[in-house]
Design a protein around this ligand. Structure first.
Ligand SMILES: Cc1cc2nc3c(=O)[nH]c(=O)nc-3n(C[C@H](O)[C@H](O)[C@H](O)COP(=O)(O)OP(=O)(O)OC[C@H]3O[C@@H](n4cnc5c(N)ncnc54)[C@H](O)[C@@H]3O)c2cc1C
Length: 205
């Protein structure tokens, strides 16, 4: 990062956080001893690393924790005068559908991990993990924001007239997470590109 020609420009994500940057490489010279993999085969190397990145993006464990947190919130939140939100059949159904999809994803991930333990690197199934995992993360943050209702909004860092904390503690950060997680279907190769990979490598189209 100290080499001449490298410059870094911050990108502010939708919720107002700074965790990513534009990195520009302008005629940067890399000494041969710092080269990674074979000359002119950088993309081959990057593609193999991306398989691992995409498996990681699936984020099953994080979504399981998020689902448990959502359940806790929905047990205490009241849906109008009808009792806890989780007793509302429409909301309960959305939570159940999410859990079913997450469980199916977990088993797909376990199959991939079993393959890796047996010395088989992740293959194109990492694209399946990436698509399903990110769709679940987005549905989960949508439902969590729905459970927090209007208490979610004041915690947005870049909200106009941000008044700070009001409402229950578990509403904290919910709106920020909702906006931040929109990125997941884009980064690591957009989900449309993952569908192209599955079409080509898995379905042979
Ligand atoms: C928060 C965040 C973090 C990121 N972190 C990194 C990082 O650490 N390192 C890094 O190198 N990059 C990073 N990226 C960049 C990311 O990988 C790209 O944004 C992503 O690959 C999409 O490329 P693009 O933005 O150029 O969109 P484009 O390629 O311009 O695509 C625009 C739209 O067209 C669709 N599209 C494009 N081509 C096709 C096609 N052939 N078939 C069907 N649909 C198509 C895309 O899916 C998308 O919806 C990050 C992005 C975000 C948002």
């Amino acid at each position: 990062m100290k080499s001449p020609g490298i410059s870094v420009r911050p990108i502010i994500t939708l919720e107002g956080g700074h965790e990513v940057n534009d990195v520009f490489l302008d005629n940067v010279k890399v000494p041969v001893e710092n080269r990674i993999y074979h000359e002119n085969q950088g993309w081959t190397c990057a593609k193999s690393l991306l398989l691992h990145e995409r498996s990681g993006i699936a984020g099953v464990a994080r979504s399981k924790r998020g689902l448990e947190r959502l359940r806790q919130m929905a047990r205490s939140e009241l849906a109008d005068d009808t009792g806890p939100l989780l007793a509302d059949p429409f909301f309960k159904r959305k939570v159940a559908e999410l859990e079913i999809d997450l469980t199916a994803l977990e088993y797909t991930e376990l199959r991939t991990l079993a393959g890796e333990s047996a010395g088989k690197g992740p293959g194109p199934e990492s694209s399946i993990l990436k698509i399903k995992g990110t769709e679940i993360q987005q549905r989960l943050t949508e439902l969590t924001l729905e459970a927090a209702g209007h208490y979610g909004a004041p915690y947005l860092r870049n909200a106009p007239h941000n008044l700070g904390a009001v409402g229950p503690d578990d509403a904290h950060g919910v709106a920020g997470a909702y906006f931040n997680v929109r990125k997941t279907s884009i980064y690591g190769g957009s989900n449309e590109i993952q569908r192209n990979i599955i079409a080509k490598v898995v379905l042979g189209l």
